[in-house]
Ligand binder design. Structure first.
Ligand code: DQA
Length: 152
């Protein structure tokens, strides 16, 4: 079983960026914590980060046919305005889980809206690195629940 973890714009700067909101863990630390949990759950993980919206869209386009059963995405600021990424995710016939390190609902008004919500099974925000781990667990649970009826 394979799950794809997508990290969007500016997220390669975790560890050097606004520690009050994002803490001090780097993207490599986050991916290492995800890899540990992936092993525990018995799931194969692929992680991908880009600062280019078109590259993110094209990575999502390649998902069908790769044996991927769910996507966990922190789209960074794209969350709040990228209809292109929302439309790409809408093509996928599998659970999408939205995650955020910070509590976007307690921050500036522009962060309160997610254009990805309509294409996501749910979202997790405000728990730092744990948001990703909870997101992976949520995706894993969704796959378990669809195991007998879906052949992706
Ligand atoms: C973020 C929240 C977004 O509003 C912001 O633009 C980010 C990171 C988070 O993980 O909390 O880049 O997605």
């Amino acid at each position: 079983m394979k799950i794809l973890i997508l990290h969007g714009v500016n997220l390669n700067m975790f560890g050097k960026r606004d520690p009050a909101h994002y803490g001090t863990a780097t993207l490599a630390d986050i991916n290492a914590a995800l890899a540990d949990l992936g092993k525990e759950l018995g799931v194969e993980l692929e992680t991908f980060q880009t600062n280019h919206e078109g590259e993110m869209v094209e990575r999502i386009h390649r998902v069908p046919g790769e044996g991927i059963r769910a996507v966990v995405i922190n789209a960074g600021a794209w969350t709040h305005y990228s209809y292109a990424i929302a439309d790409a995710l809408a093509i996928l016939d599998m659970p999408v889980v939205e995650v955020h390190m910070s509590n976007v609902h307690a921050r500036e008004a522009f962060r309160h809206e997610s254009v990805l919500s309509t294409v996501s099974a749910g979202s997790i925000a405000g728990f730092g690195v744990q948001s990703y781990l909870l997101g992976l667990r949520a995706a894993w649970n969704l796959i378990q629940n669809t195991r007998d009826t879906r052949r992706l």
